[in-house]
Design a protein around this ligand. Structure first.
Ligand code: FES
Ligand SMILES: [Fe+2]
Length: 445
């Protein structure tokens, strides 16, 4: 197995590519990264009334997320405690109880075992049902209607976990008086690549856009000179990175820009909301925070207009299952919602012109990493290294120029801290990864 102390070096700017292929390391990720971080479960709009439920995953673990009678949200492992069958096999719906289709054990909305068929004859009334409820997700945080869960008691409270990223998350989730909703249904697809390529790119990588998305941008704008991102060095932009999270984009001269991502109806309606946005977010933030984002480890979204929000569910070191939604302003007219959904589908859906560009890159890399030499030659992650600044341009936290790998380095630093099993209480301690790399280099000398 790869040496856990020398997998990544965010202080010098390199990664060992085996972090994307190693099966043993993947098992550690499931336990130490996904088992100890806040993972997105559901949005309020997906659980409209008591008994509403959806099935989702926390990494590879299937979970049921359920609206309780008191309005709270609970989640539990979607696994029957009798012999391990999935308790509920429906993607989403409303129910009063969940009955396992194998032998019929039944659970209530909180996952408590409430009925066992033939309890008297088969179990002689000796089974203690209170001991055999579904495994509960012990902690759930509701952040502006977005519910996140963690298995771990040691993970910091969700707002501390977000840190400065809250400012960037709020730029989308706190933008509208009426809040957001996720369009009904989940778009799901599988990409043959490691989950980190996707999560890291959404945290950090604007650099690929002018190259990878050049043709998609030309098609979208009908402009033969268009590129997939602004290349004019005079247009400022920033990339925030902190606590493993990342956010970035170019600054805009106006909060709502005509095209390329807004249809006419959307543009006109958003113009009427500009004051509301300025009031809620402040005049700076509406112009400066946008575009690509990841909350560590695997929850990402893109700017309003592209309106995609997704979870990268890991499926082994070489595969990721994407679950994506169009996020929409709840109080937008139907015509605007329909137009936004179309734009998400056109750009960032399994057949979307931009999405397919991204997937092509990631699957190619994963293919190349089948090679032994390819897998053991370091990757460069040093763009903008040393050019971080704190609290500049009215943006909280540490940021860098928009074309940088600042957030990527932070992503891998947090990932490496977690995957090595470091307790949360020590994780904020700086420079541990570089100390380990130094030690390794000294050993070789
Ligand atoms: S596995 Fe669920 S009742 Fe037997
Ligand atoms: Fe992209």
């Amino acid at each position: 197995m790869i040496d856990l102390n020398t997998m990544v070096d965010p202080d010098r700017g390199w990664n060992d590519p085996r972090i994307y292929t190693d099966q043993d390391l993947y098992e550690r990720e499931l336990e130490h990264v996904f088992g100890r971080t806040w993972l997105f479960l559901a949005h309020d709009s997906q659980l409209p009334k008591p008994g509403s439920f959806i099935q989702t995953y926390m990494a590879e673990d299937p979970v049921l997320v359920v609206r309780q009678r008191d309005g709270s949200v609970k989640a539990f492992l979607n696994q029957c405690r009798h012999r391990g069958m999935r308790i509920c096999r429906t993607d989403a719906g409303t129910s009063k109880t969940f009955t396992c289709t194998y032998h019929g054990w039944a659970y209530d909305l909180a996952g408590n075992l409430i009925n066992v068929p033939l309890e008297e004859q088969a179990y002689r009334n000796e089974i203690d049902k209170s001991e055999w409820g579904a495994l509960k997700v012990p902690r759930i945080a509701n952040y502006r209607g977005f519910h996140f869960g963690t298995w771990s008691e040691e993970t910091p409270e969700f707002e501390d976990y977000l840190g400065d990223m809250a400012f960037y998350f709020d730029a989308v989730v706190d933008r509208f008086d009426g809040g957001l909703e996720l369009a009904p249904g989940t778009t799901k697809w599988v990409i043959d690549c490691n989950w980190k390529f996707a999560a890291e790119q959404f945290a950090s990588d604007m650099y690929h856009a002018p190259v990878s998305h050049a043709s998609a941008m030309m098609a979208l704008t009908e402009d033969p000179n268009a590129s997939g991102g602004q290349t004019d060095p005079n247009i400022p932009g920033r990339q925030f990175g902190g606590n493993g999270h990342g956010s970035g984009g170019f600054f805009k001269p106006e909060a709502v820009m005509k095209a390329p991502y807004f249809g006419d109806a959307t543009y006109e309606w958003l113009r009427t909301k500009e004051d509301e946005h300025r009031q809620r977010l402040g005049p700076e933030r509406v112009l400066k925070v946008d575009n690509h984002n990841t909350i560590f480890p695997n929850f990402s979204w893109l700017a309003l207009g592209l309106s995609t929000m997704r979870v990268w569910h890991p499926r082994g070191p070489g595969q990721v299952e994407v679950w994506a939604w169009s996020y929409l302003p709840k109080d937008a007219p139907d015509e605007v919602k329909a137009e936004m959904r179309k734009m998400t589908q056109r750009t960032f859906s399994p057949a979307g012109s931009f999405e397919t560009d991204d997937g092509e890159n990631w699957t190619e890399i994963q293919q190349v990493l089948r090679g032994h030499k390819a897998r053991t030659s370091r990757f460069h992650t040093g763009m903008g290294l040393g050019y971080e600044e704190t609290d500049v341009h009215g943006l909280p936290g540490t940021s860098n120029y928009v074309y940088a790998e600042h957030a990527a380095r932070g992503f891998y630093r947090r990932w490496s801290d977690l995957v090595t099993g470091t307790p949360w209480a020590q994780i904020q301690k700086p420079n541990r990864a570089s100390e380990a790399a130094d030690a390794a280099l000294t050993d070789k000398a």
